[in-house]
Design a protein around this ligand. Sequence first.
Ligand SMILES: NC(=O)c1ccc[n+]([C@@H]2O[C@H](COP(=O)([O-])OP(=O)(O)OC[C@H]3O[C@@H](n4cnc5c(N)ncnc54)[C@H](O)[C@@H]3O)[C@@H](O)[C@H]2O)c1
Length: 344
Amino acid sequence: MGTRFMKTVNVKSNNADSVIMIGERLENLAKYLPVKTPIIITDKNVQNCWGTYFPQGPVITIGSGEKIKTLDTVRSIYEQLLTLEADRSSFIVGIGGGIVCDVAGFVASTYMRGVRFGFVSSTLLSQVDASVGGKNGVNFGGYKNIVGVFNQPDFVICDLNLLYTLPRMEILSGFAEIIKHGAIADKGLFAYLEANCERALALDQDVIEKLVYDSVIIKSSIVNRDEKEKGERRKLNFGHTFGHAIEKITQIRHGEAVSAGMVLAAALGVKRGRLALQDSDRIEDLLKRFRLPTRLPFDGRKVLDAIRMDKKRERDLIFFVLLSEIGEAVVEEIAIQELEDLIN
Ligand SMILES: NC(=O)c1ccc[n+]([C@@H]2O[C@H](COP(=O)([O-])OP(=O)(O)OC[C@H]3O[C@@H](n4cnc5c(N)ncnc54)[C@H](O)[C@@H]3O)[C@@H](O)[C@H]2O)c1
């Protein structure tokens, strides 16, 4: 990739402001650091692929996979921070995907009641989703992200070059969230995805830059209006009620489960007379063109049990995200019974 202009998005929050830089490069990270030697938290895959571009400073390496997103990992990082004599003047940088950023953000927000931190986001999913919005946390007691904080990093660098070493399936997970953003908030983005699917799959830099930028704008503007997830932020859960449940019981990848979840949520919209069948078909077609699964075999009863267990459940009704058209999401309270009828 030659010299390009980066794009920046400012995210405001109650605590602090944060800047997301799309197209900035890992090798320029030092420019944004308030200290000479930051403490770097990364995982072993990212370190193997990109470690030579890290700035000077101690590196704490964690394993990879959802199983390591635990308080045990957090504890081991606290121990290493003590050994390094980290204090409140230290600066932590998470370099990695959503797991590294969630863990690094949580550690930085809690160690000594909070030290400053930033992210270099290395997966498409974390660039378009995980590192926008200030949620940091870990899994506990069988629940995803149940222990955590809202806290914004000083900056997020989305280096598009890092995506070249990312495994294909991980790229597709990112596309599932980008399609979700178009579906809930931006019919122009949705149409752009339809027109540029093959270029996106080939990681064409201009296309990816637009997709990451538009996603960051969509997610950050929703988050700006509803930082603590009281209302509008729920729209970002489109496809995730079924998606999380399917992911939990089948161990299938997040992006694939969300893809199938969006198809089910669109079908529910059609069934309720909210969404035109034609729009629901467009969603399914686009997901297929992005090589994402639209129907997955699963045990309906187990999926419903998992939905009932979901931490976001409120009584027998749940907040469910429907579309009224492509680019327009509505949140409605729906009886779990109705989901059961749909699945059956
Ligand atoms: N905080 C939030 O708002 C938020 C939002 C969405 C998702 N998440 C969380 O994000 C996590 C998923 O994030 P993810 O999809 O980025 O997964 P991940 O962090 O597990 O990364 C996926 C895999 O790719 C490897 N990898 C990362 N960057 C690479 C690169 N440039 N080249 C080669 N390999 C690379 C990793 O080592 C890992 O094996 C989940 O735990 C989810 O809960 C958080």
